[in-house]
Write a protein that binds this ligand. Structure first.
Ligand code: TXA
Ligand code: MG
Length: 322
């Protein structure tokens, strides 16, 4: 049986059995592909950290299909109920206090008294979670610190020998990870910009909210568990806000690119300058440009509004030096 299986009722059922057996299954979500394991099984969770080479202090997101399934995992509050009603299922992750008798492996939460939870909207993810019947810990299905996968082939390239199965469901629609919001502080804080924009959250909550910033020197104390500075990185050096590209560099353009000169190879995130389209293309195009015959990747300026904030967050981290 091949590692990559097109999602259908049979392959989803097989993937659900593998999850219940404590094995790892990669599956599509609307944001990026996830590396799933039974969140209540210490061995499965340990295997996730192992497969990704992920530091154990960086906690995982727990995925379920219905808010009702979260009752025994986290402690709800009014803000969480409000955001859940508006944005779930969808690309939003809520950080809440862990419930007293929460069955999720302590390792999955990296020992923190909080838990990050999400209800994805992708029909294949939902079918798999429903059939598995357990909460599923699922980080992005990539080696820690590297580009997130938005196709089954991306997963096979980086974790092909580490997963029992890759459920294939085409290209991830959003292309960037979920927005992580910390609801244990008041007002809430965005820990990671993502598929739900800050503008959408502020409108929904009718208040201003802060985004925890990554400091460019990479040495500043982390504002929250697991907020690793250097991340989402191609192998080549990456620089932002480029208004020209060197002869050996790749140019990642945004909008009409005639104004930027140079570059040995060019791709355009969105010729019409649309941040949603750019987000969907970001990781796949960075992978394509990450070639050993080039010297670096120069990325044109991307406006900070809407999904642009999440794109710039990923680019900023990718541009930090080791
Ligand atoms: O879109 C997504 O969220 C994807 C798909 C597969 O659902 N998953 C994903 O997981 O991006 P991962 O592990 O790559 O990123 C999880 C982020 C990390 O930045 C982690 O530090 C943060 O969520 N996180 C997890 N638990 C947390 C907690 N208790 N407190 C604060 N941050 C937490
Ligand atoms: Mg990740």
């Amino acid at each position: 049986m091949s590692l990559i299986a097109e999602a259908d009722p049979q392959s989803i059922a097989r993937a659900a059995v593998l999850l219940r057996e404590g094995k790892l299954v990669a599956f599509p979500t609307e944001t990026v592909y996830g590396l799933g394991g039974d969140a209540t099984a210490d061995n499965a969770v340990a295997a996730i950290y192992e497969a990704k080479g992920r530091p154990h202090f960086n906690p995982l997101i727990i995925h379920v299909t219905e808010p009702a399934a979260l009752g025994e995992l986290i402690e709800w509050n009014d803000t969480a109920r409000h955001l859940a009603a508006q944005f779930w299922p969808g690309p939003l992750t809520l950080v809440l206090p862990r419930a007293k008798h929460c069955p999720v492996s302590l390792l999955a939460g990296a020992g923190f008294p909080t838990l990050a939870v999400r209800i994805p909207s992708h029909p294949i993810a939902r079918a798999l979670l429903k059939e598995a019947g357990v909460p599923v810990a699922a980080p992005s299905a990539n080696v820690s610190g590297r580009l997130s996968p938005t196709t089954p082939l991306h997963v096979a390239e980086s974790l092909g020998d580490k997963v029992a199965m890759i459920l294939a469901g085409g290209k991830s629609q959003v292309g960037l990870e979920s927005t992580v919001v910390d609801l244990t502080s008041s007002p809430p804080r965005i820990l990671r910009p993502g598929g739900v924009t800050k503008e959408q959250l502020e409108k929904s909550l009718n208040m201003k909210i802060e985004t925890a910033r990554v400091e460019s020197d990479g040495n500043t104390a982390l504002p929250a568990p697991g907020m690793l500075a250097k991340h989402y990185a191609p192998r080549l050096p990456l620089r932002m806000n480029a208004d020209s590209a060197d002869a050996g560099e790749a140019l990642l353009a945004f909008g009409p690119d005639e104004t930027v000169k140079g570059g040995a190879m060019r791709l355009n995130l969105s010729e019409k300058g649309d941040a949603t389209e750019a987000a969907a293309n970001l990781f796949a195009m960075l992978r394509e440009l990450d070639r050993s015959d080039l010297t670096g990747i120069a990325v044109m300026k991307i406006p900070e509004t809407g999904l642009g904030a999440a794109i710039n967050d990923r680019l900023r981290r990718a541009s930090l030096r080791d």
